[in-house]
Design a protein around this ligand. Structure first.
Ligand code: UTP
Length: 472
């Protein structure tokens, strides 16, 4: 687009201030700002300003009328159908042997709460080897590929901010033993941040404050990057989706994959019973006959606390961002069959003020717009939700300390290794709270779930003593 046309478009949209310092910039800086500006969909920003900044909370009542908990497949130990779970696992294993599944990690987040300098996937997380999040997933994917005789493709969504560092990290580590041809990194889209008045914020005099468009941006990024076409060429029908911050996840879970395929599901999800009424997870619900996830911050307190006839929490189904996506479902959504809604997040956004000075706000001064992946749920045919156990699937690294921190995650990894060892007859010394009293580690290449662990353990001619520093 012509420079003047672009600038005019911004002027006409009431966003002309984006070019307030244009004449102070050198040629290269001008080019960069124009390039960024061309990425901005001004109509979309105007629409979001009208809907999300306009204080349109009037419809909330309606949002919750008739809301019910979503049905799900219970684990056999909680009354679920053991035969159906067994059949699902067999079907999932068959799909893996046929190469119909790929792994997908969303790693484009900013990781502000952890405060780690670098892509979050490069954060060291395991107790002894200090293996990074990316290494843990890579080894799980490598091991599953070996187990089923078909190397898995792994798609990783990065952001503009962390793409180069992520790529360099994989390259510097030899892709952790995976074939380079099977690791696919691609960038997610970006959205400009706006002030509470709807004006696009400038990060510097020559750049717009842009941020990643949320994990829901992954669906359009998969299409745009050619990943869906690649999957099709390779015969991959489904993506096992998980987040970069959760090393406990069963990245490749045959039973989950099997439920997805046997039910002809377009989007399958794992559910975790909430640990306590106010736990900060989304809630699986049904609204107007469609499955939805309602964020914890949106579900009224009364519903969060409501009890059922048996005394349990009525809205108990937590969403932990583990899914299986059908490839063609993603293509349909990305092609415009349905558009996911943007959400508003109020943030402290460093920006340039009208006088050209940099302001570092101490309280939220603007809004970022994000798409959430679970908003795809109501559009999916035959969605399946299955129950999982927290200790098998969920211990994210979100915060620097306390709940969901590196320390709690390391503890949960240690407990998981300890359970696998104890189940196979090893003597694991435990502390008062049930956590192993020694620091040891199981590489996913040895075992990444109880089955693969037991197989490797059986083959060991001599069983090792569980002690500090043991690495299997
Ligand atoms: P979070 O919601 O925890 O956000 O992301 P975050 O950006 O990583 O961390 P904070 O909130 O700044 O502390 C959950 C998952 O979604 C990915 C993250 O990388 C993480 O795997 N994500 C999030 C994206 O890939 N893109 C985004 O735009 C946002």
């Amino acid at each position: 687009m012509e420079t003047s046309t672009l600038i005019n478009a911004f002027n006409n949209a009431g966003q002309g201030h984006v070019f307030a310092f244009f004449n102070e910039l050198d040629g290269e800086a001008k080019r960069r700002l124009l390039e960024q500006a061309a990425e901005v969909d001004l109509e979309e920003i105007a629409r979001l300003n009208a809907t999300l900044l306009g204080g349109g909370a009037g419809a909330r009542e309606d949002l919750f009328s008739g809301l019910a908990p979503a049905p799900y497949e219970k684990l056999p130990e909680n009354g679920g159908d053991l035969a159906a779970w067994r059949a699902a696992k067999a079907a999932g294993e068959a799909a893996l042997r046929a190469g119909q599944v790929a792994a997908f990690t969303v790693a484009g987040g900013q990781g502000t709460r952890l405060g780690f300098d670098g892509p979050k996937g490069t954060f060291p997380v395991t107790p002894v080897r200090k293996a990074t999040l990316f290494q843990v997933f890579a080894e799980k994917i490598l091991a599953a590929g070996r187990r089923y005789g078909r190397p898995l493709h792994w798609f990783i969504m990065t952001s503009h901010a962390n793409h180069a560092a992520t790529e360099a990290f994989f390259r510097g580590n030899g892709f952790f033993g995976l074939a380079e041809s099977h690791v696919h990194l691609f960038r997610q889209g970006r959205m400009p941040a706006v002030g509470f008045d709807g004006k696009i914020l400038l990060e510097t005099k020559g750049s717009i404050a842009m941020s990643p468009d949320g994990h829901g941006g992954s669906l359009r990024a998969l299409e745009r990057s050619g990943s869906l076409d690649l999957m099709e060429r390779e015969g991959v029908r489904a993506l096992s989706y998980f987040q970069v911050d959760n090393p406990l996840v069963r990245a490749i879970d045959p039973a989950f994959i099997g439920w997805h395929f046997t039910r002809g599901s377009e989007l399958s999800s794992k559910l975790l019973p909430k640990a306590y009424p106010g736990e900060k997870v989304g809630h699986f619900c049904v609204k107007d006959g469609r499955n939805v996830v309602v964020e914890y911050s949106d579900l009224p307190e009364a519903l969060q606390q409501e009890r059922d006839a048996a005394g349990g929490l009525r809205f108990n189904g937590g969403s932990i961002a583990i899914h299986v996506f059908d490839r063609e479902f993603i293509r349909r959504l990305a092609g415009g069959a349905a558009s996911l809604p943007f959400h508003r997040a109020d943030k402290k956004i460093p920006c340039v003020d009208a006088g050209g000075g940099l302001s570092k706000p101490s309280k939220p001064n603007g809004v970022k717009f994000e798409l959430f992946v679970f908003d795809a749920l109501p559009f999916a045919k035959n969605p399946v939700i299955i129950e999982t156990r927290r200790e098998d699937d969920f211990s994210p690294v979100k915060n620097a300390e306390g709940v969901d921190s590196p320390a709690s995650c390391r503890r949960d990894l240690l407990r998981q290794y300890g359970r696998w060892l104890a189940a196979n007859g090893a003597n694991v010394p435990l502390g008062a709270d049930g956590t192993p009293a020694v620091e040891f580690e199981v590489s996913p290449l040895f075992g990444y779930d109880e089955d693969s662990f037991a197989e490797s353990w059986d083959k060991l001619p001599q069983k090792p003593i569980v002690r500090n520093g043991l690495c299997l």
